[in-house]
Write a protein that binds this ligand. Structure first.
Ligand code: SF4
Length: 351
C-alpha cells in the first residue's frame, strides 16, 4: 500500500486511483516479466534502486515484477546467465519490459562493450525487438551520459539511437534517475497497459514536466538575491541559492526536488551541491560546471547584489530597495486580483 500510494502520488494521479493501482499490483499473474541489461555505465542506477526502502528491492522483485535477468542482482554467471537471458527472451517474447542501463558504443562495430561474445549493439537490438516496452534508465541509456562526453572515445550513444522502428519506449534520465519514477512507470504500465503521457524527449511528464528551479527549497533565496559565491562560506552554510556556483536547476526538468532520494532523506541541492543538469542531454557536461544556467522562466534579476548575512538589518542598497519595492508591488497586485475574485458581500438593504 505504501509503495503504491507513493507511486500514485508521484504519477500525479488522483488518490482515488490508488485503489485501481493496488488492484493491478496485487494480481499475482499480473507481475510483468522484466529483463534488465547493463552496458557502459557505473551501475549507479541499480544502486539507487537498492537504496530505496518503500518499497525495498525484495518487495519490488518478489511482489511487483518478475525479474528474469539482471546482471547485478542475479546469482548465475557465464554460460548459465547467457542461457537464462535467452530463455527469458523466448519464453516472454512480446510481453516483457526491457530495462536498459548504460550507453552503447558504436566504435569499430561496438567492440568496446561485449558481453558473452556479443556487442552491446547486438544484445540490445535482439532484446528490444522482442520486448513489449523498453525503459531507458539513467542518463547513459537515454543520451550517452558521462560516457559520451567529448571526445567520446567509444562513440557511445543512448539506446534510442538503436531502437527498433516503432518500439514503444520511455526515457528516465538522471544520474542516477529516481527509483520512484521507475516504480511509477512500471505500475502505470500494469494498471493502464500503456505508457504515461510523454514530453518531446520521451520522458514521462509526471516526473519531468517542471523545472527543478520552480520548486527548489532554495528558490526564496534566489528571488531575494541571496547567493552562495564560495563553497564552505557563511552563505553556503545558511543554505542560500547555488545559482552562481553553476546550478543548472533553472534549465533542468525533473522532480528530484519534490521526491528526493534515499527514501526522501536527501537530494543534491539539499546537501549544498549545485544541480548538474543530469536529466537534460543538452545540459549535462555540455558546458563548464560553473557556467551560469539560462533562466528560462521570467524571474527576478539574479544579478542583484548579494544580501550578505552581516548586512541584514543594517539598511539596504538602492537595488535591494527597488527589488523589495517590486516584490511588494507584485504582492499588492496579486492581492487586488484575489480580492476582485472574492464573492461580493450582499448589499446593505438599508442604504
Ligand atoms: S538556481 Fe539552483 S539552487 Fe538556486 S533556486 Fe534554482 S534550482 Fe535552487
Amino acid at each position: 500500500m505504501k509503495a503504491v500510494t507513493t507511486a500514485t502520488a508521484v504519477m500525479g494521479l488522483p488518490l482515488a486511483m490508488a485503489e485501481q493501482v493496488v488492484a493491478a499490483a496485487e494480481k499475482p499473474d499480473n507481475r510483468p516479466p522484466v529483463i534488465w541489461l547493463h552496458f557502459q555505465e557505473c551501475t549507479g542506477c541499480s544502486e539507487a534502486l537498492l537504496r530505496a526502502n518503500h518499497p525495498g528491492i525484495a518487495e519490488v522483485i518478489l511482489e511487483l515484477i518478475n525479474l528474469e535477468y539482471q546482471e547485478t542482482l542475479m546469482a548465475g554467471a557465464g554460460h548459465q546467465a547467457e542461457a537464462s537471458l535467452e530463455n527469458a527472451i523466448k519464453k516472454y517474447a512480446g510481453k516483457y519490459i526491457l530495462i536498459v542501463e548504460g550507453s552503447i558504443p558504436k566504435l569499430d562495430n561496438g567492440v568496446c562493450c561485449q558481453i558473452g561474445g556479443k556487442t552491446a549493439m547486438e544484445s540490445f537490438k535482439h532484446a528490444a525487438e522482442n520486448a513489449a516496452y523498453v525503459i531507458n534508465l539513467g542518463a547513459c541509456a537515454c543520451n550517452g551520459g558521462i560516457v559520451a562526453i567529448e571526445p567520446n572515445p567509444t562513440q557511445a550513444f543512448g539506446a534510442p539511437e538503436f531502437m527498433p522502428e516503432g518500439k514503444p519506449y520511455i526515457n528516465l534520465p538522471g544520474c542516477p534517475p529516481n527509483p520512484y519514477n521507475l516504480l511509477s512507470v512500471v505500475l502505470y504500465l500494469l494498471t493502464f497497459g500503456a505508457l504515461p503521457e510523454l514530453d518531446a524527449q520521451n520522458r514521462p511528464l509526471f516526473a519531468y514536466g517542471r523545472l527543478i528551479h520552480e520548486h527548489c527549497e532554495r528558490r526564496p533565496h534566489f528571488d531575494a538575491g541571496r547567493f552562495v559565491r564560495e563553497f564552505g562560506s557563511e552563505e553556503h552554510k545558511l543554505g542560500y541559492c547555488l545559482y552562481h556556483m553553476g546550478c543548472k536547476g533553472p534549465e533542468t526538468y525533473a522532480n528530484c526536488s519534490i521526491i528526493h532520494f534515499n527514501d526522501g532523506a536527501a537530494w543534491p541541492i539539499g546537501t549544498g551541491c549545485p544541480c548538474i543538469g543530469c536529466t537534460e542531454g543538452s545540459v549535462l557536461f555540455k558546458n563548464s560546471l560553473y557556467s551560469l544556467a539560462t533562466v528560462a522562466q521570467p524571474t527576478p534579476n539574479a544579478n542583484v547584489p548579494t544580501a550578505s548575512p552581516e548586512g541584514l538589518g543594517q539598511g539596504a542598497t538602492p537595488t535591494q530597495t527597488a527589488f523589495v519595492g517590486a516584490a511588494v508591488g507584485l504582492a499588492v497586485g496579486a492581492g487586488a486580483v484575489y480580492a476582485a475574485r472574492l464573492p461580493k458581500e450582499p448589499e446593505d438593504e438599508n442604504k
